[in-house]
Design a protein around this ligand. Structure first.
Ligand code: SAM
Length: 220
C-alpha cells in the first residue's frame, strides 16, 4: 500500500489510524520503533486493563472482517482480485491481521495510543514517518475537505521526514477523491511537497497511488 522499503522504516513510525490492523505488530517484530493511534483504543490507564480492551478490539475486528468480506463479495466487480486472489483469501488475511493485532496490542499496549485527528498528542517532528490508511479520502462522503486539510496538516506537523496516505479513492467506487488536487495546492502554499507515487498493492479499483507528503525543512 505504502510502497515501503526497509530503509523507510529506519527511525520512528506512526500508524494513524492503526485500527485493528497488524502493521504495528509486524513492524515491532522487525524491530521498528512504532506507535499506532486510533480513537477506539483505550485511554491511558493500567497496562493490564488496556491490554484486555485492545484484545477485545481485535476480537471485534475479526467479527467485522466477516461482515466486510461479505460486503466485498457482493461487490466483487469493484475490486481487483490479484493481491487477494479470492474473497476467501481476503477474509483469511483480515482474520490473520486481527489476531496479530490482538496478540501484540494486549502484550505491548503502550504502543497503542488513543487520539483522534485532527489533533495528535505528539510534538512537531516527533516521528520520522507517518502512515495513514483507509481514513482520509476513503470516507470523504462523511469527512469534509476542511477535516481533510486539518488532518493532513496535523500528520505533516508530527512527521520529521514524510507522510504517506493510501488509498486516495472514496469507498464504494468513483475514483480518486475529487478534492485531492485542491488540498495538495493548499498544502503546497504551506511549503509541503506532494508526490503521487504508483504502488503495487491492488484491491479497490483505481487505488493504485500513494500520496507522499514532505514537510518544509526546518533548519536544514
Ligand atoms: C477502516 S479503519 C483503517 C484502519 C487501518 N489503517 C487499516 O487500514 O486497516 C479506519 C479507522 O479510522 C479510525 N478513525 C475514525 N475517525 C478518526 C479520527 N478522527 N482520527 C483518527 N482515526 C480515526 C477508526 O476508529 C478506524 O479504526
Amino acid at each position: 500500500m505504502f510502497d515501503l522499503a526497509d530503509a523507510d522504516l529506519a527511525g520512528s513510525v506512526l500508524d494513524c489510524p492503526g485500527g485493528a490492523a497488524s502493521f504495528t505488530a509486524e513492524a515491532r517484530r522487525a524491530g521498528v520503533d512504532v506507535v499506532a493511534v486510533d480513537p477506539t483504543y483505550p485511554p491511558a490507564g493500567p497496562a493490564a486493563e488496556r491490554g484486555r480492551a485492545l484484545r477485545a478490539l481485535g476480537e471485534h475486528a475479526a467479527a467485522e472482517a466477516e461482515r466486510g468480506s461479505a460486503w466485498a463479495r457482493e461487490r466483487a466487480a469493484d475490486f481487483a482480485w490479484t493481491f487477494f486472489p479470492t474473497p476467501e483469501d481476503h477474509l483469511a488475511e483480515r482474520l490473520r491481521a486481527a489476531a496479530a493485532f490482538a496478540a501484540h496490542a494486549s502484550s505491548e499496549p503502550d504502543h497503542y495510543v488513543q487520539a483522534s485527528l485532527p489533533r495528535l498528542p505528539f510534538a512537531d517532528g516527533a516521528v520520522d514517518l507517518v502512515l495513514c490508511s483507509h481514513l482520509l479520502f476513503t470516507y470523504a462522503d462523511r469527512l469534509d475537505d476542511a477535516f481533510h486539510l486539518a488532518a493532513l496538516r496535523e500528520l505533516v506537523r508530527v512527521a520529521r521526514r514524510e507522510v504517506r496516505v493510501f488509498p486516495l479513492v472514496v469507498v464504494g467506487g468513483g475514483g480518486e477523491h475529487a478534492g485531492l488536487g485542491a488540498l495538495l495546492e493548499q498544502l503546497a502554499a504551506e511549503a509541503v511537497t506532494a508526490e503521487l507515487r504508483p504502488t503495487d498493492y491492488r484491491f479497490q479499483r483505481g487505488a493504485d497511488r500513494v500520496l507522499v507528503l514532505r514537510p518544509r525543512m526546518i533548519d536544514g
